[in-house]
Write a protein that binds this ligand. Structure first.
Ligand code: ZN
Length: 292
């Protein structure tokens, strides 16, 4: 008797769960970057999130350089996660918007720092704590340590020097350093990304920062000879930050190594968990895989 009713009961529970699973709401903020084509990368960021079936995505485009920011604002609390694609050399935001992002994060918001968003706002103290590590904009030892991965652990390196550099684009292997985090759990231990900028010498406050994955920066490619942090999480107040340091342009965002880690990291920043399965086209360490 019990056996006969059990499947029906399970079906009932499952359909309720699906009906209640409201999509996560994401906001991409973009509109300024003096070194990156944000108008080309933003549609791909939006597409990868929408393809998970988990997100509805809004895009907020800032005024252009030197523009009037008096009407630039958003209601962050409407969103489970904010994705930053506002980068190198971007104009500072008005104080009220800065405070709104800070309040949102301290009260448990989600934030994704994508590539050159870690170049933005070198003088905004709270933002630098949210991103953990940043580059360019005059960053140096006054901003915090370099984060090194040596002998299986994080080393905070206070050697003086500039923050942020990269050599010519090359393929690189991403190596998982924390395989128990929801973002990385179940991923191959090493997977190849297509030829891209590999940021090195990032530095910042690095408070409450967890290195999820690194990539080796070869000296012969103007690198450091170090394993550079490339996927990170930062705890900021009650908020969750996922920081992905690669993906310079639209073609780099078609690499499955980027897509999968971005989709999983954004779900985690939004909800604290990852429900996505690792796709069949996830690369291993031998060669990158690109989607159309
Ligand atoms: Zn770049």
């Amino acid at each position: 008797m019990l056996k006969r009713f059990f499947p029906a009961l399970i079906l009932l529970v499952c359909s309720c769960a699906v009906a209640e699973a409201a999509p996560l709401k994401a906001l991409i903020i973009t509109g300024q970057d003096r070194a990156h084509k944000w108008a080309e990368t933003t549609p791909l960021l939006k597409r990868w999130l929408e393809e998970t079936g988990l997100f509805s995505v809004d895009v907020l485009i800032s005024p252009g350089y030197g523009g009037d920011f008096s009407k630039f604002n958003t209601e962050f609390s409407k969103y489970d996660v904010t994705v930053m694609n506002y980068g190198f050399g971007g104009d500072p935001w008005p104080q009220k918007v800065k405070k709104a992002l800070d309040d949102y994060m301290k009260s448990g918001g989600g934030l994704v720092i994508y590539h050159a968003a870690n170049n933005a706002f070198p003088k905004w103290k709270e933002y630098n704590e949210m991103i953990g590590l940043g580059g360019w904009g005059g960053r140096n030892e006054k901003d915090g340590p370099y984060i090194r991965w040596r002998d299986g652990k994080v080393v905070r390196d206070m050697t003086p020097g500039p923050g942020g550099s990269h050599g010519p684009q090359h393929e690189f292997v991403i190596e998982v350093r924390d395989a128990e985090h929801p973002i990385t759990k179940g991923l191959p231990p090493k997977f190849m990304h297509s030829a891209d900028e590999l940021y090195n010498r990032l530095r910042g406050p690095a408070k409450n920062l967890t290195v999820l994955a690194t990539a080796y920066s070869p000296k012969e490619k103007s690198g450091t000879g170090e394993n550079e942090p490339i996927l990170m999480t930062i705890k900021y107040g009650k908020g969750r930050v996922f920081h992905t340091a690669f993906g310079h342009g639209a073609k780099h965002l078609k690499s499955v190594a980027f897509i999968v880690t971005f989709q999983r990291g954004t779900e985690w920043a939004a909800s604290g968990k990852v429900t996505q399965k690792v796709p069949a086209d996830m690369p291993g360490a031998d060669k990158p895989v690109l989607r159309k």
